[in-house]
Design a protein around this ligand. Structure first.
Ligand SMILES: *Cc1c(COP(=O)(O)O)cnc(C)c1O
Length: 348
């Protein structure tokens, strides 16, 4: 049964599964010295049209935490949106792996940082008693399902340049952002000053494994040691890397993300037609947020629908995935329509 709690509720997409199967023959060098890992890394360099350094780790928390730690020293600080995953959902791992770098949160509409909110945090304290701002962390697409445009990223880059800040991008749903923006990945990453991108594979259709892509190769210098020390170096690396070949071939990663985005759009239009229900944020990727009455939430849960209510600014979050079916979207909307009608009738 398909659910809307998270895009990590879905399974492995066929292309990734078959790439994994193909890699499962014979013996191979371990710890990333295999030809599958080499091949995927080369393909990612082609995708980003730049000779970047690529590493694979098990999950997004590790990818973000280690990437952030590579961009700053322990006395630095990292600026992110108040709803950012590194702030709200990583159990302090970014601070832990960077030996205490402080996360400073900034506000911003629709889950996005903007030059004004960043500058406010950077200029609040400039003395040595306060951790020195060094990193801006952006989530693309954001925790509330919105997407930074190239222009917005370029404005943020200007601020980064002005204050000598580095840029980390949490791309757990980078694919969904690219599927929406329909641009070459380079135009919204290194061309906008992104030093390192955590390119999410799991929510796009892998079993496990995120790519950490360093566009600023100087910063990747000792990264392999950080990965190893953190317990994130897979010895049978081919099984983390090879499935990426399945995603990259024939742009499956974009098809998967595009499908999830389309299902979210469908859900949005269905929801919008229900009296009393309206999306809380512009639907620009694979998430739809809506504020619903408590009794309706409980009734949806009682009917077996699974979704979260604690993410972002609250409200109910409905996530679509690479395999979300139109039938399930329509069935959810039909149940919600019925329950909202009951609720409205009871509350008059
Ligand atoms: C899912 C997600 C991650 C990764 O989380 P893990 O559970 O550690 O893999 C990172 N950032 C965002 C915005 C996410 O939604």
């Amino acid at each position: 049964m398909q659910h809307f709690a998270s895009d990590n509720y879905s399974g492995v997409c066929p292309a990734a599964w078959s790439a994994m199967q193909t890699a499962n023959s014979g013996h191979e060098s371990s710890y990333g010295n295999d030809h599958w890992t080499q091949q995927v890394s080369d393909q990612l360099r082609e995708l980003f049209e730049m000779p970047c350094d690529v590493f694979f780790v098990f999950n997004g928390t590790a990818a973000n935490s280690l990437a952030v730690s590579a961009l700053c020293r322990s006395y630095h600080s990292v600026i992110c949106h108040e709803l950012a995953h590194i702030e709200t959902d990583e159990c302090g791992a970014p601070e832990f792996f960077s030996n205490g770098s402080k996360i400073l949160t900034a506000s911003g509409e629709n889950g996005k940082l903007n030059p004004t909110s960043i500058e406010k945090v950077v200029t609040r304290r400039r003395d040595l008693h306060f951790p020195k701002p060094k990193v801006i962390s952006l989530t693309q697409s954001t925790e509330v399902g919105t997407v930074y445009t190239r222009d917005e990223l370029l404005e943020i880059r200007n601020i980064a340049d002005k204050y000598d800040l580095r840029i980390h991008m949490d791309g757990a749903r980078f694919a969904n952002a690219i599927a929406t923006l329909k641009v070459a990945p380079k135009t919204v990453t290194w061309q906008c000053g992104v030093d390192v991108l955590c390119f999410g594979g799991t929510k796009n259709g892998l079993a496990v494994g995120e790519a950490v892509v360093f566009f600023n190769r100087k910063l990747a210098q000792d990264f392999e040691y950080q990965v190893k020390q953190a317990g994130q170096l897979a010895s049978k690396m081919r099984f983390l890397s090879a499935p990426w070949l399945g995603l990259l071939k024939d742009e499956v990663w974009l098809k998967n993300a595009g499908h999830a985005n389309r299902m979210a759009k469908l859900l949005e239009s269905e929801f919008s037609a229900i009296p009393g229900v309206s999306p809380m944020f512009p639907v620009q990727s694979n998430a739809v947020f809506a504020e619903l009455p408590q009794t309706v939430i409980k009734a949806l849960w009682a009917r077996g629908w699974m979704f979260y209510t604690f993410i972002g600014q609250g409200g109910c979050r409905f996530m679509c995935s690479w395999d979300t079916s139109e039938e399930r979207v329509l069935a959810l909307a039909a149940d919600l329509r019925e329950l909202m009608a009951q609720y409205t009738a009871e509350s008059v």
